[in-house]
Design a protein around this ligand. Structure first.
Ligand SMILES: [Zn+2]
Length: 155
């Protein structure tokens, strides 16, 4: 068994829920470690791309050797959270655009209104028509970083 040496003290366990304490050894995260974790259903998203880094022996035992319930539950919780998020994103981008185009068509063409040019006005109007488009606008806004842009434009 690897002892505690000054060399080991520079390593940090990548496992977020690591209970810490005095590590009795380290295991490098290799492709083999990850595939064992996947087989144990204890694979966590955040160390998938941390190959070459280390987890402490007690986390390694829980994740790779034993596949402990503790780590299994964590992985399950994470997967559930991911699915829930996916489900709540009701519309795909193309569905959102279709719906948006439809709302604008009804307002501008059928309603014979002048088009809204201002993004925030458009957003306010469309979101009143359909709450389903709120996440879509959130995304656009985040992507365009509107707040920063508006500030520099104002200046
Ligand atoms: Zn650990």
């Amino acid at each position: 068994m690897e002892g505690i040496s000054s060399q080991n003290s520079t390593k940090r366990c990548v496992v977020e829920v690591c209970k810490g304490g005095v590590a009795s050894g380290w295991r490098k995260i290799t492709g083999h470690v990850l595939s064992k974790a996947e087989a144990n259903r204890t694979l966590a998203w955040y160390y998938v791309d941390r190959k070459g880094e280390y987890m402490c022996l007690s986390c390694y035992n829980g994740i790779v050797v034993n596949g402990s319930d503790f780590f299994k539950n964590l992985t399950l919780e994470w997967e559930r959270g991911l699915k829930k998020r996916r489900k709540s994103d009701n519309l795909s981008v193309s569905e959102s655009i279709k719906l948006l185009a439809n709302i604008i068509f009804q307002r501008d063409v059928l309603g014979e209104n002048r088009p809204i040019i201002d993004f925030l006005q458009l957003r306010a109007f469309v979101e009143k028509e359909s709450e389903l488009l709120i996440p879509f606008f959130d995304e656009i806004e985040a992507a365009a970083d509107m707040e920063n842009k508006n500030e520099t434009e104002r200046q």
